[in-house]
Design a protein around this ligand. Structure first.
Ligand code: AMP
Length: 406
């Protein structure tokens, strides 16, 4: 559960209608989280927003609630529904989740929302668009397809949200976003959410936000206080055996394992299954239905291990996991923080372990530099590192590396 705000402001004090307050109280959300307390009144006022907030802070309600309030305040009575809010997100899963939130918080209002993402047939989306919607939650690629096919009109959009903007840039969506912006009116409210603030994000914010209110909730690159972190040094070839050993010996029940590549995720899930540990993989090559199914099975404890790539796990509402394993360290140190942020929520202590082979020492150093501390190392008996194993030559490692999109 996200951290409650310190000043104990209540939702009723934030300027929300009785319908929205009812929906919120049905969810048992009281008090508002810090991002909600800070952002909701400003967004209702019509201000642009630059928010530093990760998944788990309650950021979705932080923008969805005031947007619904504004739409409720300006009804399109009698007129045909037109798209007035566009929410851009990096992944299909996040799109589905944000749209679910819109439906939950807006359940006592007469507003229509829909989700647009790729990997599924475009025609039902086109039909739905024709029937008229107020709010669209979309990933950039498929939205552009609709724009090019003239299925969608965005010239009445008065609020635009870029959610997880840093992820969208990482995933190479910047050009698509710029093209989408051309289809929108220039006078509009803009809300930008990002977990980190790189130069690129600052530049993007400078370009398209107008005198934004800035809200920062999660300290940049701060790891959750209640996550115990451990590194197990191990030879690359023995990683899988060690993982099976840790899961069995520790009787770990719900384990999220990160690999660097889709291929690696598939292979590991298969091998764990062969070891008698139920596992499934989730990554960008799987169909939307398959990803949702894998996630549901994991959440319902029908599989013990979910093997994921960073991109597939991004934005997923998988929280309060007891165990997160870095089967391979991420190339980007910030991804380490995102990964282990999946554990240790709601006051519980989480356990994040990294299986680190000799080729990954540099990645570990970069992570420790970012964390500004060393992560404790522990050799597991029976899995000692063979001193004769030499690092793989860099050339070979580069040749083995998979294409960039994970
Ligand atoms: P988000 O950061 O938007 O992904 O939200 C993280 C989780 O917090 C979601 O499961 C929400 O249902 C939940 N949540 C959002 N706002 C509150 C609140 N004020 N109190 C308790 N839980 C909340």
């Amino acid at each position: 559960m996200p951290t409650p705000n310190k000043n104990k402001v209540s939702f009723a004090q934030l300027g929300l209608s009785s319908q929205l307050l009812d929906a919120v109280s049905e969810q048992g959300y009281e008090p508002p989280t810090p991002i909600q307390a800070d952002a909701i009144p400003e967004v209702i006022r019509g201000r642009d927003l630059l928010a530093g907030a990760q998944t788990g802070t309650g950021k979705t309600a932080g923008f969805v609630l005031p947007i619904l309030q504004r739409l409720q305040d300006n009804p399109t009575e009698g007129r045909r529904r037109v798209i007035r809010t566009l929410i851009l997100v990096p992944t299909r899963e996040l799109a589905a989740q944000v749209n679910d939130s819109v439906k939950i918080y807006g359940r006592f209002l007469k507003l229509h929302s829909m989700v647009i993402f790729g990997g599924v047939n475009i025609n039902p989306q086109t039909t739905r668009l024709r029937s008229g919607v107020d709010i669209v939650v979309a990933t950039p690629g498929r939205l552009l397809d609709h724009i090019y096919q003239k299925n969608i009109r965005l010239d009445q959009v008065d609020t635009l949200v870029l959610d997880e903007a840093d992820r969208m840039l990482d995933m190479g969506f910047i050009r698509d976003i710029r093209k989408i912006l051309q289809a929108l009116p220039t006078a509009r409210q803009n809300l930008l959410f990002s977990a980190t603030f790189s130069k690129e994000i600052r530049r993007l914010a400078g370009e398209f936000l107008d005198d934004p209110v800035e809200v920062q909730v999660a300290k940049r690159n701060a790891t959750a206080a209640k996550v115990s972190q451990l590194v197990h040094p191990i030879d690359k070839k023995k990683k899988r055996a060690l993982l099976s050993h840790l899961i069995r010996e520790g009787d770990w029940r719900q384990v999220l394992v990160f690999t660097r590549t889709k291929h690696g995720a598939n292979r590991l899930a298969k091998q764990l299954d062969q070891d008698g540990i139920t596992a499934t993989a989730i990554h960008g090559n799987k169909s939307q239905a398959a990803r949702m199914r894998a996630l549901a099975e994991f959440k319902q404890n029908r599989v013990r291990v979910l093997v994921a790539t960073d991109i597939a796990a991004r934005g997923l509402d998988i929280e309060q996991l007891p165990h997160v394993v870095n089967y391979e360290l991420p190339q980007v140190p910030e991804d380490y923080v995102h990964r282990i942020g999946r554990t240790g929520r709601a006051g519980k202590t989480g356990h994040a372990v990294s299986l680190v082979c000799i080729d990954e020492i540099k990645l570990l150093r970069d992570i420790e530099k970012m964390l500004k501390r060393k992560v404790e190392q522990k050799v597991i008996a029976g899995f000692e590192v063979d001193p004769n194993v030499k690092p793989e030559p860099i050339q070979k490692r580069v040749a083995n590396r998979r294409p960039r999109r994970r």
